[in-house]
Design a protein around this ligand. Structure first.
Ligand code: SAM
Length: 487
């Protein structure tokens, strides 16, 4: 599985920009059309927004033309993501001409980045709402109903939406995402996230457990704990991670870190598969890897972005680890969990990147032999430290050529890794019908690799043991040999 440039990781490419819909409440009279772009946190946030608005009289619709309110949940991570949203706003503008009572709101990272500039520049926008202000939507909607533009882009110290039960939009009924942290404190010099999503804060573990238990009751079989940097999770009663130092001794003694949270979730639902994303190498500790090894239901897969294999570039990116420390972490993961799959994010053409730096990236990839990869050409983002302090000096053709080289090597490694599964019997959770064949199921093994096999009498949501017979670089092909003990 290799993705390029514009599509954010852990996201089903086909979902980008999809309009989300949920079961209608017959008492609701207004129609909401909500479209999401970017990372899975955005899709998860749209579920929170839909839940808040369901209580305000809105049912979701997938027909843009009939909407009373159109919301677009936006991404700022690369320039291309923002250009896509601007194109969509043009489309909404055209529809608005035939339906003048329709209101349009921009949510998420672009809203936070551009703030009221949106109202001034994009005249079709009525409302701008940042990622921490969704609970204010009922007031903001009242403002626009009364003919005024509305903006709330205040970032919060403690908002985690822990008390909002998200509705599940476009769900397969098998896998769901559960947010555990918001914001990011890492200040990687290329990244816009700390500016658009604010400082890092963690969600109350009790509300996480409640959501997981509720998902199990509803028949879900797999959850992914979500955050920009999940390993940095730290609950000490609420508040920003950076303020932990000021916490009382009691708060510190009863605090919950990510390894502990993983164990709490794994024990609360021993048959539920647990995944998590994203891990930052500088924050991933041995106790997390040990917790993964201890519980069968924690999947053996870590998404561990590195961005570059060059120490000089890692430093310029403010990634707070070296190449050697990263290798040590990889060695520890493989020692403690030999069959653990590892994936990467990589950026080519960061300012000042030389051919030698690029070769360091290729040799790092050769050492790790990642199972998957998500690779991007550097895109300068306004307001980041790299934009303020460094020239975007690597020519576009060079960025592209280096990107092609790392994609090619990843493809080779992906095949090397999928071949390791051939001949084995692996547990697969069935997610749905294969896109290529109505007579085959599609599911994933613990390592997050897609497995395709004949349907026989098995059903969606079942855990099945599958004998792996063949592979491509992205997919395993096999046949079921019976239910797994987890079923
Ligand atoms: N929090 C994670 C981390 O620290 O690794 C991921 C953050 S981001 C939402 C996902 C990926 O987008 C990053 O890992 C990086 O590879 C890529 N990315 C972020 N900013 C970028 C930029 N300015 N240009 C190109 N790619 C970028």
């Amino acid at each position: 599985m290799i993705k390029e440039e514009s599509i954010e990781k852990i996201i089903d490419e086909s979902q980008q920009g999809s309009a989300l819909a949920l079961e209608n409440n017959t008492k609701n009279t207004r129609k909401l059309y909500i479209e999401s772009y970017g990372c899975q946190m955005n899709f998860s946030d749209s579920e929170i927004v839909a839940s808040i608005l369901a209580k305000e009289g809105f049912n979701t619709t997938q027909i843009l033309e009939e909407a009373d309110l159109v919301l677009v949940n936006t991404c700022s991570i690369r320039e291309k993501a923002e250009l896509t949203v601007r194109k969509r706003l043009e489309k909404f503008n055209a529809v608005k001409k035939t339906n003048p009572s329709m209101k349009v709101g921009v949510l998420g990272c672009m809203a936070e980045r551009l703030k009221s500039k949106f109202l001034e520049e994009e005249k079709i926008v009525d409302m701008v709402v940042g990622p921490d202000a969704y609970k204010d939507l009922p007031n903001l909607i009242q403002e626009i109903d009364e003919g005024r533009n509305a903006v709330n882009v205040i970032l919060s110290k403690d908002e985690t939406y822990g008390d909002v039960a998200p509705v599940r939009l476009n769900t397969n009924g098998v896998s769901a995402f559960v947010s555990i942290t918001r914001g990011c404190d890492n200040m990687c010099t290329f990244c816009v996230v700390p500016f658009t999503r604010g400082r890092e804060r963690s969600r109350d573990p009790q509300s996480i457990l409640q959501e997981v238990n509720d998902l199990w009751e509803k028949g879900f079989k797999e959850i992914t704990l979500l955050g920009q940097n999940v390993d940095s999770y730290l609950w000490y009663g609420g508040g920003l991670k950076k303020d932990y130092e000021k916490a009382s001794d009691m708060q510190k003694a009863t605090s919950v870190n990510f390894a502990k949270l993983l164990e709490l979730v794994a024990e609360a639902q021993p048959k539920m598969r647990i995944r998590f994303s994203t891990s930052n190498p500088q924050d991933m500790t041995l106790d997390v890897i040990e917790s993964m090894a201890k519980y069968d239901n924690i999947c053996k897969y870590i998404h561990l972005p590195v961005q570059s294999g060059s120490n000089r570039i890692l430093k310029a990116m403010n990634r707070l680890h070296t190449r050697e420390e990263y290798f040590e972490l990889i060695d520890n993961i493989k020692k403690i969990i030999p069959d653990c799959a590892i994936s990467q994010d990589m950026i080519t053409g960061f300012p000042t990147e030389t051919e030698e730096d690029h070769q360091d990236t290729l040799s790092l990839m050769e050492y790790v032999k990642y199972d998957f990869g998500f690779m991007f050409a550097y895109s300068e983002r306004p307001g980041t430290l790299a934009e303020r302090k460094m020239d975007d000096d690597v020519p576009e053709e060079t960025k592209k050529r280096r990107l092609t080289e790392i994609i090619d090597i990843q493809q080779k490694h992906s095949l090397y890794r999928t071949q390791e599964h051939v001949g084995k019997v692996e547990e697969v959770l069935i997610e749905g019908t294969s896109k290529r064949s109505d007579t085959h199921w599609m599911g994933r093994n613990s390592q997050n690799t897609v497995v395709i096999f004949p349907k026989e009498t098995y059903k969606v949501g079942e855990f099945v043991n599958v004998k792996i017979n063949e592979c491509t670089s992205a997919t395993l092909l096999g046949e079921a040999v019976g239910y797994s003990k987890n079923n």
